[in-house]
Design a protein around this ligand. Structure first.
Ligand code: PHE
Length: 335
């Protein structure tokens, strides 16, 4: 009975006191434990009474502890007691997609030398994707880019195979000097593997003014390569063919990771192709209403995934579009 009284009158104003009380009464060496041990020697006829008392004590003690604990929580919740200097709960942050990161970097580099950004539709007509760019109807050059065709009511449309289509629109609608970049998603009918995908991202560039030369193209691209991959980067231009440029070239950059063991980017060839380029064919200028006797220009186009592969050493294209959090999270510190 005395103990019951003690339990009922117990009060505490902090967590430690409650815990000490709990240990004293209910703990493994507590009062109750002793009482239960003594229970064995209680004469049989008193067992019922004593048992009830012990149980009552146990219940009361538990109740008391619960009550004190919940009081403590409500008191702590008083506005005055909130510690405003405590650090907040962490907010989970996402990360930028590597393609967005690289796209932004390419645009930043060219915008420093005066290029603006232009965009256009992903579903294109034949004129803007092919014909204006010197791909004659039925010409085998069209097979260079396997195309997804889209049936529309009266016109055959296609998913654009490159963003050169945007450049046609710009040339048709503005006067030189033109200095513009067209970033965007493009589509090609290819089987998906580590090295090919049915869609990818491009940034194409176009510069048209008076007396633009191949030397301007080369210096612009060298500037880009050094900004993108570092001062030591070398470039290599190889002759190539595109219907809309003459002369045409493909540009390789020296592989920055090649000296380390197990280069999975260029496979020890030392260089990696990253873009196509050339002087805009005069007939393309004429197709778009630009006087080819007065103006000349260069164009280039690159795959963003390609650059990202080189920059982040990720050599499977599929990773860029699968949305796997384990992959994407690795770009948290990049911006
Ligand atoms: N449009 C070409 C492609 O998608 C790239 C390119 C652009 C080549 C401009 C030359 C000049 O492959």
């Amino acid at each position: 009975a005395e103990l019951l009284n003690e339990v009922e009158n117990f009060n505490a104003d902090n967590q430690e006191q409650i815990e000490a009380f709990r240990i004293k009464i209910l703990g493994s060496k507590g009062v109750l434990k002793d009482l239960f041990a003594d229970f064995k020697i209680v004469p049989n006829e008193q067992k019922k009474e004593v048992g009830q008392l012990i149980n009552e004590l146990k219940e009361k003690a538990q109740e008391k502890i619960n009550e004190l604990k919940s009081n403590l929580i409500t008191t702590n919740d008083k506005v005055d007691d909130i510690d405003l200097s405590r650090p907040g709960y962490p907010t989970p942050l996402g990360s930028r997609h590597p393609i967005s990161l690289v796209r932004k970097e390419i645009i930043d580099i060219f915008s420093r030398i005066g290029f603006t950004v232009s965009e256009g539709p992903e579903i294109e007509d034949d004129w803007h994707n092919f014909s204006a760019l010197n791909f004659p109807p039925e010409h085998p050059a069209r097979d260079m880019q396997d195309t997804f065709f889209v049936k529309s009511d009266d016109k055959e449309m296609a998913l654009r195979t490159h963003t050169s289509s945007v450049q046609v629109r710009i040339m048709e609608n503005s006067k030189p000097p033109i200095r513009t970049l067209s970033p965007g998603r493009v589509y090609r009918n290819e089987a998906i593997s580590a090295r090919a995908h049915c869609f990818f991202h491009q940034v194409e560039g176009l510069y048209i003014a008076e007396k633009v030369s191949f030397a301007d193209l080369k210096q612009t691209l060298l500037y880009f390569a050094k900004e993108m991959f570092g001062e030591k980067t070398e470039i290599r231009l190889r002759p190539s063919y595109f219907p809309f440029t003459e002369p045409s070239a493909e540009m390789d950059v020296s592989c920055s990771v090649c000296n380390s063991k197990g280069c999975n980017v260029c496979k020890y060839t030392g260089f990696l192709e990253i873009l196509g380029c050339g002087m805009v064919d005069p007939s393309v200028l004429e197709n778009c209403g630009i006087d080819s006797k007065k103006y000349s220009g260069f164009a280039f186009g690159m795959g963003v995934e390609r650059i990202a592969m080189l920059k982040y050493k990720v050599n499977d294209l599929r990773l860029y579009s699968e949305g796997d959090i384990r992959f994407l999270e690795q770009f948290k510190s990049a911006f």
